[in-house]
Ligand binder design. Structure first.
Ligand code: PLP
Length: 426
């Protein structure tokens, strides 16, 4: 037989295998060749038999040409920043696929002329929040704040409370973002207490607008007070409220989370929010409020640099008009049903138990809110093989166990989860 390394099949003969040829058409030549070359190297290193190279290459082919891998989020963190925040609904995913080719995003098929870009998504947003006179969508909430500062406070002051100088995460600080526009920050009040008078005394000819920022990822308790939205109206300058999470209307499970409809009804002139937190849609920055202010933002020269693409517009419209997205379903999940699922799954997995646990909202939203949930509890050592398995399953380490919290797992994925765990323990 000679040296097995000489029997390693050549790349062109492997590419002639119909399954790898099909993969080449779907994923591209470079990607398939690199997978083949890794399998050949394993054969040369004696890790696999030369006859197994094709099978190993086929097994190692990615599902898509992008490196991002679908992951089962069993962390119990509903909006998990590191796992891509809100997972899109099936309706939103299908809308993205449909809009991915040529599409009438900016074209009227009746007249054959240019039409308002993203009019479907904008109409859906306006219908969802009737109190908003106008709406606009940009890349994310940070972009919404940036555009607001550039358009409404060029060379002027933005008045905000010292208790709302928020760092969102990964070093992103709202005051630094605002200062980068050239606007000046006029901090008022103290870390724990800021009243309406503090704002009123700071208003003058140099004021661009008053900004309230929702402290979305921390709580200050004890001797505290903050001026409410209704107390800050009538100051003669626009009142802008960054609500963070993107709730458009009150949510029964999240009584302390601000929402766009309530904040606008209380007198805010402009609201900014994220699309991919509690709204459960794509990454986007939502701007809702007085039509004249929205028009100033839309007309600002930098608006073009912050605009969203057709995929985002498609996903946003489908999130707003379609069935409840996964985030809404996870927030509404019934703990009794979650416990039943945990027991059914644990009974089929040796060494697993069903346990009660507590999930979190996450994603810089609703700090301190505890959602009762249920999990499949596994030995802590399962965590790594689960994360590196196929599909990867990300659980939560708690008191020496690896918990698979079912609140963030779609019930339709229970069998996939079961199979993934079984593969790791066999
Ligand atoms: C998350 C958050 C932001 C940033 O939003 P992105 O969409 O991530 O840019 C801004 N403000 C508040 C209050 C937030 O919670």
């Amino acid at each position: 037989m000679g040296d097995p390394r000489r029997r390693v099949p050549r790349t062109d003969s492997l590419l002639a295998d119909p399954r790898l040829a099909q993969a080449e058409r779907e994923l591209g030549r470079a990607l398939v060749k690199s997978v083949i070359s890794q399998a050949q190297q394993r054969a040369r290193a004696g890790e696999i038999e030369p006859e197994q190279v094709a099978e190993h290459a086929i097994a190692a082919l990615p599902t898509t040409a992008a490196g991002l891998r679908p992951v089962l989020n069993a962390t119990g963190v509903v909006v998990h920043t590191n796992l891509g925040r809100a997972p899109l609904s099936r309706a939103a995913l299908e809308a993205v696929v449909a809009a991915g080719g040529s599409t009438d995003v900016e074209f009227d098929l009746e007249t054959g002329r240019r039409a308002r870009r993203g009019r479907g998504a904008l109409a859906a947003l306006a219908e969802a929040v009737p109190a908003a006179g106008g709406v606009h969508v940009v890349n994310n909430n940070a972009a919404a704040l940036l555009l607001t500062a550039l358009a409404l406070a060029p060379g002027k002051e933005i008045v905000l409370s010292r208790g709302e100088l928020v760092e969102i995460g990964d070093g992103f600080r709202i005051p630094e973002l605002l200062a980068a526009t050239g606007s000046r920050l006029r901090e008022v009040g103290t870390t724990n207490r800021t009243g309406a008078r503090d704002y009123a005394e700071a208003i003058g000819p140099d004021t661009g607008f008053v900004l309230k920022v929702h402290p979305s990822n921390f709580q200050v308790t004890g001797f505290t007070s903050a001026a409410g939205v209704e107390e800050l109206t009538g100051l003669g300058v626009p009142l802008v409220v960054d609500i963070g999470s993107g709730l458009l209307a009150p949510h029964p499970a999240l009584p302390d989370e601000p929402d766009a409809a309530t904040v606008l009804a209380a007198g805010a002139n402009l609201v900014t929010a994220s699309g991919d937190k509690l709204l459960g849609g794509p990454q986007a920055g939502l701007l809702l409020g007085e039509a004249s202010l929205i028009e100033r933002l839309r007309r600002h020269p930098t608006a073009r640099a912050l605009r969203v693409d057709k995929l985002t517009l498609a996903a946003l419209e489908a999130t707003l008009r379609g069935p409840a997205p996964p985030v809404a379903q996870a927030l509404a999940a019934d703990p009794v049903r979650l416990r039943e699922r945990a027991e059914r799954l644990a009974a089929q997995l040796p060494g697993a138990q069903a346990v009660d646990c507590v999930s979190a909202v996450g994603g810089g939203g609703a700090p301190g809110v505890e959602l009762p949930s249920a999990a499949v509890s596994l030995p802590e050592a399962s965590a790594l093989p689960l994360r590196t398995g196929d599909p990867p399953v990300v659980g939560r380490l708690e008191r020496g166990r690896c918990l698979l919290d079912l609140r963030t797992v779609d019930p339709a994925d229970d069998e996939v989860l079961l199979a993934a765990v079984r593969r790791c323990s066999s």
